[in-house]
Structures are given as structure tokens and as C-alpha cells.
Design a protein around this ligand. Sequence first.
Ligand code: ATP
Ligand code: LTN
Length: 335
Amino acid sequence: MAEQTEKKLIFSGIQPTGVFTLGNYIGAIRNWGPLQDEYRCVYSVVDMHAITVRQDSVKLRQNTLQAYALLMACGIDLEKSLLFIQSHVHTHAELSWILSCNTQFGELSRMTQFKDKSQRHPDDMNAGLFTYPVLMAADILAYNADLVPVGVDQKQHLELARDIAQRFNQRYGDFFTMPEPYIPLVGAKVMSLQDPTKKMSKSDTNPNACILILDDKDTIIRKCKRAVTDSDTVVRYAEGKDGINNLMTIYSSVTGKDFDAIEREFDGQGYDTFKMAVGEAVADHLRPMQETYAKLIGDKKYLNECYTQSDAKALAYSSKIVQKVYHKIGFVDAR
Ligand code: ATP
Ligand code: LTN
């Protein structure tokens, strides 16, 4: 990365909590590949974040490799970017501790994701779930990232990362770059197919609520056909038509057509035809990625080489920043 220092730096991460949804894909991951030419990109499979919710250890290991291969299949190119596994780079946990000493209890209590997740897991309100946003701030600040591509649900966490950075800068002198969110104009919040007032989420218990990016064509079409819509029949983007608005957003994201063009295309055709078209367009869009994924996941040795190389580069880069942080706060320099 050293020879390209004039380019801005991007950081983003995704949790290995299962196969990615179409929401993860449209809201975040699909934007990561195209950014690689303009920016220095650092991406991570954030397994330490995933354990804030109880995980089966065998499944977590499989999901982490799967997430890694999926990101490569979605276009992360290791010639251009870093793609590493968070737990392999110890600077993240180290910086997280320092930042947690510069974060207020009240700030963390206001995080809506904490409130949601602690309600959903009342038997496991662990401290990690509470301090999750501090680790996320550490991920970003350990690289002094300029931009963070995420879906809209992560905006609040990013604002907290900025507040933490600003507080640190005020206490110890300007050091951290203020990271900016990079949120897509269309598709920043893909909604559940079964309850279009809720975000599509990997952890939804109803399998019809989300399209997984490894679903086959028949499954995708079936899920689209069953999507909850209103009792109107006109394909039109309008208030109160949450289900149709969501399907139009999905269709627009995978075909590149704008809402006016979609309304014209389905003029007088009713919801069934539209839902079928959405399912087919999504399946066709995902197919090349699915084929690449199938090849990658069978080659564990290659995957291992890829993350080992990125882990080392990420560690070298972030260590320099964390060492400077240690010095600024008054720790005696280590040899
Ligand atoms: P979980 O359900 O396990 O909490 P998740 O599906 O919310 O996970 P994350 O790993 O937390 O997924 O998110 C990865 C990225 O995907 C983030 O940038 C997040 O903003 C984005 N994202 C998640 N869900 C959606 C969605 N429905 N629409 C758009 N972007 C989304
Ligand atoms: N919290 C994020 C995942 C995440 C992340 C990050 C995103 C962890 N660290 C750093 C951007 C930058 C989520 O999507 N739930």
C-alpha cells in the first residue's frame, strides 16, 4: 500500500454470522469492489464482532472461510486491496481497549443496535455486545481510514467512531482522521420480504424474509413471489407501498434501471409479473458470483495463502498507528 499514499483509505468489515443476504450485498459488499481503483481498500471478516452473539465454534470457523471466499467472489481483488481476518491482527483488540477508555457509558447505552440485540438475546447481554461499537471504531481508526462503506444501519456506529476520534484528538493532539460514511443512494436499507418495515437480516428466523446470495434461482423466485405487498396492483414507488418500494429498490440495484423506467416497464402488468421479473433479475445477477464462489471455497490452501498475506500487511500497517497512539497516551515505548 505504501507506494499509493496519495489515495484515500477505505475500511469496511462484515461479520461471519452466516451466508450474506441480498441486503448485505446491495447495501455494502457490492460497492466494495468498484472502490478499489480509486482508493486504497482494507476489508476484513470481523469474527471478533461475531462472537458478541453466541456462536457455535465449528460453524464460526466455516462461516469465516465462507465469508472470506464470498467477498473474493464479490470482486475483492488481492492485487489491489487487503482482505484479512480480524482476529489475526491483534492491533484491533489493543486499540479497542485504549478507545474504550475514551468512550462514555452513556454513549454506548444510546446505540440502537445494542438495544435491539440485547432485547433479542436477553439471556446473553454480554459486555462485548455493549462495547461492540468501540471495536468497530478501532477497526477504522487503526488504519486512519477516510471513508467507510456501510449500509444505513451502521451510521450511528460510525458517528460514535467519529466522536471517539475527536475526543482523542482533543485530549492528546490531532492524530486520527475523521472517517466519513459512504452510504449508497439506492439500497442502503433493503427490507425484509415478509415485513417490509423491518431491515432484511441474516439472523431473521423466517427463511422467506431474506434472499441469501447463495440461494439458487428457484428459491430466489419463490421468495420473491411470496414477498408481502399491498392490495393495490400498480407497480409504482409511493408512500405506504413498502413491499413494492423494496422490490423496486432491489430490481433497480441489480438491473441499473431507475424507478421511472421500472414503472413504465411494468405498466398495466400487475404484481405477479413484476415479482417474477425481480426474482429472475436477482438470480441472473448473482449467478457469476456464485460460480466463482464454488471454485474458491474448494481451495482452502489458496484461501489460506490469501488471508495470511493480507493479515501480515494489515498488522504491519496498523501497528505503526497503534504504536503512535501508545506513545501519545504516555505508555513507555517498547523496544
Ligand atoms: P446480523 O443479522 O448477523 O446482525 P447483518 O445482516 O445485519 O447481520 P452485518 O454483518 O451486521 O449484517 O452487516 C454487514 C454490512 O451489511 C453492513 O455494512 C450493514 O450496514 C449492511 N447491511 C446489513 N443489512 C442490510 C440491509 N438490510 N440493507 C442494506 N445494508 C445492510
Ligand atoms: N458493525 C458492522 C461490521 C463492522 C464494520 C467495521 C463495518 C465491524 N467493524 C468497521 C465498517 C467498518 C456491521 O455491519 N454490523
